[in-house]
Design a protein around this ligand. Structure first.
Ligand code: AMP
Ligand code: TRP
Length: 338
């Protein structure tokens, strides 16, 4: 008897244009692997993107670019369901119900909200940014996903998802599957190449610290070669005393599948220079086919839109059924046929 596959759901925002290496190694890489073993749903979360002001034309272009990059990394629309969040309006509809089950204080404790709102200032912080994690909970619960592949920074949002889902189930009867975060230990966090104390992020202080997958590979290779490391000479993984070097070892290992221990062995007696040069080459080899595949989809937007339309249709079948069940349990009067 065929065993039922566990379901995964994840989402990525279409905000930065190109993905950076942290997005890929911390999150998207797992998506590709999971489509082989799970019933996988992946969304480009454009509703989340507008919690911060976006230029409309840029948002549309970034949404296609995000989808093209996901396909470029190896997502296969015959193996997973890839869609754009706003194409499945049931997410926003369920989010409203979940908003009404989430405590104000509970939402206010979300560290990502605290960080982002601190950057935006009180007047610049929207209510949408505040309820962002509740929409994320709806994204996950509406598919009854078992696992959510994300980076470490999203753990708190998955916990909130479980809490809110559990509250719904307790109040209205068993409805939602409570999801587990799925976080790869080895590559859960990629750090800035210039400031290895902070994670690689689009809001980095120096553009040299962040590796964009869609950049010219030569440009990224240079960033690896000039990555900040400690003044020592020994190639050894140690987050505390050698954060820069350790980050490079993590990236090298993640891109090649060679363990960090093997890398320490391989580079014994060598200085940091050769490791950086080799990592630059490893990255260039990895990124070239990714860029070529992504470009193929960008050059054929009709095909890309067709893939996304098919994904949305598959997603909606599940989302609509869950939403109808939730609406009924909450006590909404079903709309009669006119
Ligand atoms: P963001 O770019 O912040 O919207 O993140 C998109 C996805 O990439 C999320 O699942 C994050 O957890 C993950 N991510 C972002 N930055 C990093 C990083 N520096 N290291 C690991 N994962 C990351
Ligand atoms: N908040 C996630 C991030 O910043 C993106 C996201 C939205 C997401 N909805 C999701 C991730 C559902 C996993 C599941 O990366």
């Amino acid at each position: 008897m065929a065993t039922q596959r566990l379901r995964v759901l994840s989402g990525i925002q279409p905000t930065a244009g190109s993905f950076h290496l942290g997005n890929y190694l911390g999150a998207v890489r797992q998506w590709v692997a999971l489509q082989e073993t799970h019933d996988a749903f992946y969304a480009v979360v454009d509703l989340h993107a507008i919690t911060i002001p976006q230029d409309p034309e840029e948002l549309r272009a970034s949404t296609r670019l995000a989808a093209a990059q996901l396909l470029g990394t190896g997502l296969d629309p015959t193996r997973c369901t890839l869609f754009v969040q706003s194409h499945v309006p049931e997410h926003a509809q369920l989010a409203w119900v979940m908003n009404c089950l989430t405590g104000f204080g509970e939402a206010a404790r979300m560290t990502q909200f605290k960080d982002k709102s601190a950057k935006q200032g009180t007047e610049g912080t929207t209510v949408g940014l505040f309820t962002y994690p509740v929409l994320q909970a709806a994204d996950i619960l509406i598919y009854n996903a078992h696992r959510v592949p994300v980076g470490e920074d999203q753990r708190q949002h998955i916990e909130l998802t479980r809490d809110v889902g559990e509250r719904f189930n307790a109040r209205y009867g068993p409805t939602f599957t409570l999801p587990e975060p799925y976080i790869l230990k080895e590559a859960a966090k990629i750090y800035d190449l210039q400031d290895p104390a902070i994670k690689m992020s689009k809001s980095a202080s120096s553009p040299k610290g962040i590796v964009w997958l869609m950049d010219e590979p030569a440009k990224s290779a240079k960033k690896f070669r000039s990555a900040v490391t400690d003044t020592g000479t020994e190639i050894r993984f140690d987050r505390e005393t050698k954060p820069g070097l350790s980050n490079l070892l993590t990236i090298y290992s993640a891109l090649t599948g060679i363990s960090v221990a093997e890398l320490e062995e391989k580079f014994t007696g060598q200085l940091y220079g050769p490791l950086k040069t080799e990592l630059a080459e490893v990255f260039t080899h990895w990124v070239a086919p990714f860029r070529a595949r992504t470009q193929e989809y960008l050059d054929d937007p009709a095909e890309l839109d067709r893939i996304l339309a098919e994904g949305a249709e598959k997603a909606r079948a599940h989302a609509a059924a869950t939403l109808a069940d939730a609406y009924e349990k909450v006590g909404f009067l079903p709309a009669a046929q006119a």
